[in-house]
Design a binder for this molecule. Structure first.
Ligand code: ZN
Ligand code: ZN
Length: 282
């Protein structure tokens, strides 16, 4: 793993409400670690876009000049992409469409961070009713997200498993590092539909290394999901750390790439002007 290519195209700076650090510091850290492809993908959460708690318009306006500054600074040394992470676009489709039309992003992640009845994933009541309802809402909303499909890569497909135990025919699975496999078995039909849809639409599957930091024991998507995506013909994978602070930039990316190699992938994707480019990882 010594000279391998490092890619991290999912990061949040202080242009995200939950990010704390300067864009330039995060990029400098990436460069220092040997990253050769880097993107900031600051949040655009459409369910809370107009509520006034965070000025999304101002942050979005700053993201283009910020990208240009990084691109110029690292010119010839580290490739920088103009990115964004669009959360819950279906909660305000006209605004989502308008933002995408007005900004020539290289790379757009599509995400589900909440569901209809559960605004904060960290506050889901631990009852069987709520566990089942949030999981079914989560995958239903994700299927609608990929059917809309105006983004490059489906972010952290197992994000919810950080927060919820899984009811299975053989009992409740509470261990964090067993939840992703359990959910894959129980929700297989709709997971298949989601994966089939992204394969058909040439949307990439993100392998988000923060799953390791969050105790899942694997990235999000993890092995079962990545394998199934590949079986269904999927070949487009993006990788990112989802760092919200400089110290997490590129964290666990080598482990994520090793897992991908184990599962038969010898290249991953980056996007330029929303077109995929394949980068060898073997
Ligand atoms: Zn996210
Ligand atoms: Zn993110």
């Amino acid at each position: 793993m010594g000279n391998e290519v490092l890619i991290d195209i999912h990061n949040h700076s202080n242009l995200s409400s939950d990010g704390s650090d300067e864009p330039m510091d995060m990029a400098a850290r990436a460069y220092e670690l040997g990253v050769s492809h880097f993107a900031l993908t600051d949040h655009i959460e459409l369910d809370e876009f107009g509520d006034g708690e965070w000025d999304y318009r101002a942050a979005i306006d700053k993201s283009r000049p910020t990208f240009e500054r990084l691109r110029d600074e690292f010119d010839g040394r580290m490739k920088i992409y103009y990115g964004a992470e669009i959360g819950q676009p279906l909660y305000d489709l006209p605004t989502a469409e308008e933002i995408l039309a007005e900004h020539d992003y290289d790379f757009v992640l599509g995400s589900v961070h909440r569901t209809e009845h559960y605004e904060h994933m960290s506050r889901i009541p631990d009852t069987e009713f709520d566990r089942r309802r949030v999981l079914s809402e989560y995958f239903d909303e994700m299927l609608k997200l990929v059917e809309w499909g105006r983004f490059c890569s489906l972010a952290h497909i197992t994000f919810l498993m950080r927060f919820v135990s899984i009811d299975t025919p053989s009992g409740l699975v509470t261990d964090k590092d067993k939840r992703c496999n359990a959910v894959f078995e129980v929700y297989r039909p709709i997971i298949d539909k989601i994966l089939e849809t992204i394969v058909k639409k040439d949307i990439a599957l993100e392998v988000n290394s923060s799953g390791y930091r969050r105790g899942l024991g694997e990235p999000m998507a993890g092995a079962a999901f990545i394998k199934r995506y590949r079986e269904l013909g999927g070949r487009m994978i993006t990788v990112g750390s989802d760092a919200h602070q400089t110290c997490d930039v590129a964290a666990d990316i080598p482990e994520s790439l090793a897992l991908l190699r184990e599962l038969g992938f010898n290249e991953v994707c980056v996007f330029e002007k929303r077109e995929p480019r394949f980068i060898k990882i073997d």
